[in-house]
Every structure is written in structure tokens, then in C-alpha cells.
Design a protein. Sequence first.
Length: 73
Amino acid sequence: MSTLKEAAVGSTVKVKKLNGEGASKRHIMDMGITKGVEIYVRKVAPLGDPIEVTVRGYELSLRKEYAEMIEVE
């Protein structure tokens, strides 16, 4: 299993599953990140936080903890 945190910069990945629960999972879903959505990884900060992605045409910055909760293929 790989997570969004491990995805290479410049790659497009598909969301397989969202882990976690409660407010964190709700926050990820509110950003439009749901099962089956494609995420393009634009940039990762030097220390790995934040991760900048494009989802459904929107540019977002994700915290490392959130990226670890998103399982991708």
C-alpha cells in the first residue's frame, strides 16, 4: 500500500481509500478528495510538509499528516 506522501513529484495518482476518522477525514473530503479522484503532485516542500497538489482543477496544500491518510494507486 502506498500513500500520497510517497507519490513522486510530477506524478498523477488515483485515490484508492481514505484512512483516518472524524474531523481529519471530513476535512480531506471537504477539499474534494474522495475515492477514485485523480491527484497531481505539483511540489513537495524540502522537509516534506506541505505537499502541493492539484485536485479537480484546484491547487491545494496538504499537510503531511493528511497525505499519510490518503491511500493511492
